[in-house]
Design a protein around this ligand. Structure first.
Ligand code: 13P
Length: 344
């Protein structure tokens, strides 16, 4: 990578972590998007997915709270109802367009209950194509379940090595890699168990990134927060989860990394904002990197529920989306719920 490319990537990574902003993940695959549509009886068609995504990216003023949006390939290939490219609409709104490039997870052979993410074959050419379409960053997600004897070291190594190979290919193609190792929330596990697994995963990830010679200054980490499993009876306070998350990240994430943008992972949306807020409120400028959001469900779901696939609900759904984006923007600054303006 030459110096010009390096500084373009570093600038993009810093722009994604701009003060008071975070990322909107809207990169659900068609099956995942359809599952969410099914809840509200929204017909599961490419046109409805297009209309819904158009509603999101055209919400007026979204760029005040959102620095980047992660698209799915289908959306990049579609045009808005006005015949525009989604990438152009985002750029005009001051939002950096990015794309999910992994092709999903499959069972990891010989390791029951564990998954490996696919998509490395042919990735180099796809990334060049995406970069020439105006996309400026990419995302790859590896997943880890906590259960009896899992995740195994082999699953962690296989997935973190793929994440590092993906990250190196992204940087070579001029795209900032968002590196997403997700410890899934399903399970009865405790906060301490999540801490231990997240630490193992992140330590392995940064070792693999080092081995693949990935430029740490030009990537964003998208991790899970350290939380008890969804079925754990001993749910902890916002402060305890924020403390555990920051302690784990400080142990594992080098200071050279420009930023951390959390996934929401099926948490209640309000709690996701409160936890992010607590991290910024308590630790904020003492951290070596900014911490922000890269949420899908925690930002989008109330807007989807309002929209219900009806054009007449578009403006109301956009108002709700903007409200959720603003809440998380405040949480990024440690000002959420302490600001009397924090109302719809
Ligand atoms: P959630 O915030 O809904 O977990 O989605 C984030 C994401 O990008 C999942 O890959």
């Amino acid at each position: 990578m030459n110096n010009t490319m390096e500084s373009i990537l570093i600038n993009t990574a810093h722009a994604l972590m701009a003060d008071g902003k975070g990322l909107l993940a809207m990169d659900e695959s068609p099956p995942t998007c359809n599952k969410r549509f099914a809840i509200y009886d929204i017909p599961q068609t490419p046109e409805n997915r297009r209309d819904y995504r158009e509603l999101l990216v055209t919400a007026p003023g979204l760029g005040e709270y959102v620095s980047g949006a992660i698209l799915y390939e289908e959306t990049v290939r579609q045009l808005t109802s006005k015949g525009e490219q989604f990438v152009d609409v985002l750029e005009k709104a001051g939002i950096i367009p990015g794309i999910k490039v992994d092709t999903g997870t499959v069972d990891l052979v010989n390791f029951p209950g564990e998954k490996i993410t696919e998509g490395l074959d042919g990735l180099r050419a796809r990334l060049i194509d995406f970069a020439s379409s105006g996309l400026r960053f990419a995302k790859w997600r590896g997943v880890f379940s906590i259960g009896e004897g899992i995740p195994t070291d082999e699953c962690i190594e296989a997935n973190t090595q793929s994440l590092a190979r993906y990250a190196s290919l992204c940087q070579q193609a001029g795209l900032v890699p968002i590196v997403e190792p997700e410890v899934l929330m399903e399970g009865h596990y405790s906060l301490d168990e999540c801490f231990e697994v997240t630490e193992r995963v992140l330590k392995s990830l940064f070792y693999q990134l080092y081995k693949q010679r990935v430029l740490l200054e030009a990537l964003i980490l998208k991790p899970n927060m350290v939380l008890p499993g969804l079925d754990c009876k001993d749910q902890k306070s916002v402060e305890k989860t924020a403390d555990a998350t920051i302690k784990c990240l400080l142990r594992c994430v080098p200071a050279a990394v420009p930023g951390v943008a959390f996934l929401s992972g099926g948490q209640n949306g309000e709690l996701a904002s409160e936890r992010l807020n607590q991290m910024n409120f308590k630790y904020g400028s003492k951290l070596p990197w900014p911490v922000t959001f890269s949420f899908s469900r925690a930002i989008q779901l109330p807007a989807l529920e309002c929209w219900k696939g009806e054009a007449e609900n578009t403006v109301a759904a956009q108002t709700i989306l903007l409200y959720k984006a603003k809440c998380n923007s405040l949480a990024r600054k440690g000002q959420y719920a302490m600001d009397p303006q924090n109302i719809v």
